[in-house]
Write a protein that binds this ligand. Structure first.
Ligand SMILES: *[C@@H]1O[C@H](CO)[C@@H](O)[C@H](O)[C@H]1NC(C)=O
Ligand SMILES: *[C@@H]1O[C@H](CO)[C@@H](O)[C@H](O)[C@H]1NC(C)=O
Ligand SMILES: *[C@@H]1O[C@H](CO)[C@@H](O)[C@H](O)[C@H]1NC(C)=O
Ligand SMILES: *[C@@H]1O[C@H](CO)[C@@H](O)[C@H](O)[C@H]1NC(C)=O
Ligand SMILES: *[C@@H]1O[C@H](CO)[C@@H](O)[C@H](O)[C@H]1NC(C)=O
Ligand SMILES: *[C@@H]1O[C@H](CO)[C@@H](O)[C@H](O)[C@H]1NC(C)=O
Length: 812
């Protein structure tokens, strides 16, 4: 009883002290202020207010050179990432500006010369301003019940680009970043829009008019139009959209933000480093957002976001991609007889979304071409082989994108005598993208990088750099943090098929499913026919009920519980690229962990390359090298979660009947047992295979995608030589170490004489230009890590020397 009393006393004391932590010391941070309080921008080092538990702070935040905004941020976030900003796009001077809770009851932000840049438009006696632990900045009438009595004003009602847990998105609010917005449409569906003064279009959920919101799992019947992110990381919307953060569960600080690239992401805060990690994104392909590149331009993501003009077009304003591109030729006005006057330039893996002049199914390519020829207003047509040939003539070329995962081809109409192969047609984003001092865009992304503002002395010349350069930076950041997440997160995650649905992966996920152990036992005839075995498990041939032939891999060494395995699989299951082995599903029942893969016909590369009975012809080798590079580039740069393979070797490169490369076993690095703690990026050192492992595996450094680049370099060299690199010996029979091999390669590259290195079995039947390029790439891949190229660079170089396809973009 006495003990109980002591506890109770302690309890009471705690509560008695808790509400007023600031009273104890003068310098402690305030969470409530009364009328007359103010802070000048010179004091930006300390927050204006801090929430009672210290979760959030508000105050002046750096927004460029000598420029500040008044914002709220998570106290632990390293970069003070704003979750709300009073004056987005209108920063105040770093000298003389002031935030004041005025005696008339309004909170106001004044610039150096006394101009009020923003105010809360409230008034009344006895009001106070508080920052709550939810991140809500409120103005209330009774300071003692700031949690209880309704707020006269609250920042939650005026979101900028971000929602924090418990903050509702309503029919009256929207999240905005530049011309991109997330809000409830008139039909009650939450959508992403691109709205500039001239063009408005929806790009999420799937804007295809043939797909109703219902197919995306949404409903139009609930008119309450509310959405809220909860403390577990679930965003639930009244239109039935449900998305789950990958690190589902309580105790994590999160935010949902519309980024300057038009994508919406959920970020989770790593409390120890203050860094943000992407745990969900609305779109896997950054270029799916509309409006990134303007008319007649094409958005490409490899390895960072880029715009380029379509062949035959040039940039309108060298500083602003949103102005798009203009034709280098004069438009074909006299349409008949059309065939004599125009031709078509092919741009593979590309499309311009929307603005179709109609659409016809089950027509031949020639017919589709004729439709476009006959239509004067047709600027291009897209032809896809799905459903027996679908034809989309295009009037205006907007929302262009290129993605290696996209199978369609766009054919641009140009004058017959137009030389599309002339080089002047593209203006790469690297030049002239940066900034137009005269473009004044309201960039609400809050990332300081997006603002290029300068003050000349007392002058007030504000200049905003358009966000594109910033977008690039943000995206790179996003991908870096996602990579870390994918590799390092081992938080408990829960399954959610709904989340996947919401992520817009309908097509990709369509056939991905969970199997029971019994089903797979049946499909493989009780694991009868073994196809191969490797470090991660044994592979069996199986036939599913529908007759589909699959490869079933029984995983050994999986240290994951059911739910965690589920979560990892849903990530791996989303990955879809022609050069990656497709995963149809998985089984996770207790100790049984199995993966169901697409069956690839023609064995792995090692069996063809190192086989003494047959010789893999050069053409195929090059094709495999290119396919493998594209597959890895996709893993590294294009998919939502940046995936590092960690075990690239010929055994993991499978070949189809046509000798297309398909990489196997990606994503497994995450499933294997690890020896490090959960914060370490090191995977189990059992990953990787001797002879293909980058030297940094042996060092105690975080692993990044460059380990795959190294391994790829070795495989590439093996394709040139037709022998294992690790088997190379000197004349005396001593094993050649990598530095010596690199020395040989350096010589080959310097002299240009590649013949002695090339597989003798080819008997000179090879393309020396390609071989030399492959050696050059190999050499750069085995350099010290910072000097290695990215897989994307490699894919580009190889594509450029693909003789079957010299200039894919300009073939007419
Ligand atoms: C509409 O959505 C709200 C918020 O998600 C929910 O509480 C309500 O039950 C829904 N109404 C119907 C009829 O489904
Ligand atoms: C193609 O589609 C348009 C409308 O979308 C239609 O008017 C036309 O007749 C169709 N042509 C053929 C050959 O199907
Ligand atoms: C910016 O505006 C100034 C004056 O308004 C003009 O002289 C200058 O040419 C413009 N610069 C660009 C790059 O458009
Ligand atoms: C800024 O203003 C001060 C006085 O207010 C003046 O002395 C100074 O020269 C000004 N600086 C510039 C660059 O105009
Ligand atoms: C203060 O500076 C702003 C921004 O340059 C300007 O728009 C405003 O007119 C100035 N106000 C006064 C009172 O000079
Ligand atoms: C596999 O490749 C070999 C050439 O090495 C070819 O002869 C054979 O037909 C291929 N097998 C299949 C199943 O395509």
């Amino acid at each position: 009883m006495a003990r109980y009393g002591v506890c109770l006393l302690a309890f009471i004391l705690l509560f008695a002290v808790a509400p007023c932590p600031s009273s104890s010391s003068a310098s402690a941070q305030q969470h409530t202020l009364g009328a007359g309080s103010s802070q000048s921008v010179e004091d930006h080092d300390r927050p204006f207010l801090t929430s009672p538990q210290g979760t959030f702070s508000c105050g002046f935040q750096d927004a460029g050179e000598n420029a500040f905004s008044f914002s709220i941020w998570y106290t632990d976030a390293a970069e003070k990432t704003a979750i709300w900003t009073a004056n987005p796009g209108a920063p105040v001077n770093g000298r003389g500006s002031r935030i004041t809770f005025r005696r008339d009851g309004s909170l106001a932000l004044d610039d150096f010369n006394g101009t009020t840049v923003w105010d809360s438009q409230t008034s009344g006696k006895g009001l106070s301003v508080s920052l709550l632990d939810s991140g809500n900045l409120v103005i209330v009438s009774d300071p003692l019940s700031s949690g209880g009595s309704p707020a006269v004003w609250q920042s939650f009602d005026w979101p900028t680009d971000t929602l924090v847990p418990s903050q509702q998105l309503t029919k009256h609010t929207k999240l905005v970043s530049g011309y991109f917005g997330l809000y409830y449409d008139n039909d009650n569906v939450l959508r992403l829009h691109y709205d500039d003064p001239e063009i408005s279009s929806i790009y999420w959920p799937d804007p295809n008019p043939n797909i109703s919101p219902f197919q995306d799992g949404r409903t139009i019947y609930n008119s309450s139009r509310t959405g809220v992110l909860d403390d577990d990381g679930v965003f639930l919307s009244s239109d039935k959209l449900r998305v789950d953060a990958a690190d589902l569960g309580p105790g994590v600080k999160r935010r949902l933000t519309i980024d300057p690239d038009g994508n919406v992401r959920i970020y989770s805060l790593d409390a120890s480093t203050g860094a943000w990690t992407v745990t969900w994104a609305a779109m896997a392909q950054p270029c799916s957002a509309h409006g990134l590149c303007g008319q007649n331009a094409i958005c490409e993501y490899q390895p960072s976001l880029r715009c380029s003009c379509a062949p035959g077009y040039e940039m309108v304003n060298h500083r602003d991609w949103r102005k798009g591109c203009t034709p280098l030729f004069t438009a074909v006005t006299n349409c008949s007889p059309a065939e004599q006057r125009v031709k078509f330039v092919e741009v593979p893996h590309s499309d311009f979304y929307g603005n179709d002049l109609g659409y016809n199914q089950s027509v031949t390519f020639e017919y589709c071409k004729k439709i476009c020829l006959d239509m004067c207003s047709c600027a291009a047509f897209s032809y896809r082989l799905d459903g027996g040939g679908t034809c989309y003539p295009k009037g205006v070329l907007l929302n262009g994108y290129t993605s290696s995962a996209f199978d369609g081809v766009i054919y641009l109409k140009v004058p017959f005598d137009f030389d599309a192969s002339a080089p002047a047609v593209t203006a790469r984003s690297t030049e002239g993208l940066a900034c137009d001092p005269n473009v004044s865009v309201t960039v609400q992304g809050s990332q300081a990088a997006l603002f290029g503002s300068s003050r000349t002395g007392n002058g007030t010349k504000w200049t905003y750099l358009f966000a594109f350069a910033g977008v690039l930076g943000v995206l790179d950041l996003v991908f870096i943090v996602t990579g870390c997440w994918f590799l390092s997160s081992s938080r408990q995650s829960m399954p959610s098929s709904l989340a996947l649905k919401a992520a817009g992966y309908r097509m990709v996920m369509g056939q991905f499913r969970r199997f029971t152990y019994r089903e797979l036992k049946h499909a493989t005839g009780n694991f009868k026919e073994e196809l191969g075995r490797g470090g991660s498990g044994v592979v069996y041939r199986g036939v599913l009920d529908g007759g589909k032939v699959v490869a079933v891999k029984k995983l050994t060494n999986v240290a994951r519980g059911d739910e965690e395995f589920w979560a990892e699989m849903t990530v791996i299951g989303r990955i879809n690229h022609i050069n990656l082995v497709r995963i149809w599903g998985f089984c996770s029942q207790g100790k049984h962990k199995l993966l169901v893969y697409e069956y690839v016909d023609n064995e792995s590369l090692d069996r063809h390359l190192f086989n003494t009975d047959r010789t893999l012809p050069w053409r195929e080798r090059f094709r495999i090298a290119l396919g493998t590079a594209r597959g890895l580039a996709y893993l590294h740069h294009e998919c939502l979660e940046w995936v590092i393979h960690c075990d690239v070797k010929p055994e993991n490169i499978l070949l189809t009947r046509e000798f297309d490369a398909k990489i196997a076993d990606f994503g497994l690095a995450k499933l294997s047992k690890r020896d490090g703690g959960r914060d370490s990026l090191e995977l189990s050192h059992m990953r990787g295979t001797t002879g293909y492992m980058a030297p940094e595996w042996a060092l105690n450094v975080p692993i990044n995608a460059k380990v795959d680049v190294y391994s790829y370099g070795i495989v590439l060299l093996e394709m040139v030589m037709g022998r294992r690199v690790s088997d190379q010996t000197t004349a005396d029979g001593e094993r050649l170490e990598m530095p010596q091999i690199a020395q040989v390669l350096r010589q080959v590259v310097a002299t240009g004489n590649v013949v002695p290195l090339v597989d003798g079995r080819l008997q000179g039947q090879f393309n020396p230009r390609q071989a030399l390029e492959m050696v050059r790439i190999s050499l750069s891949c085995v350099e010290e890590r910072s000097k290695r190229p990215t897989m994307d660079d490699i894919a580009k170089v190889l594509t450029a020397c693909d003789d079957e396809d010299e200039h894919p973009a300009y073939r007419s």
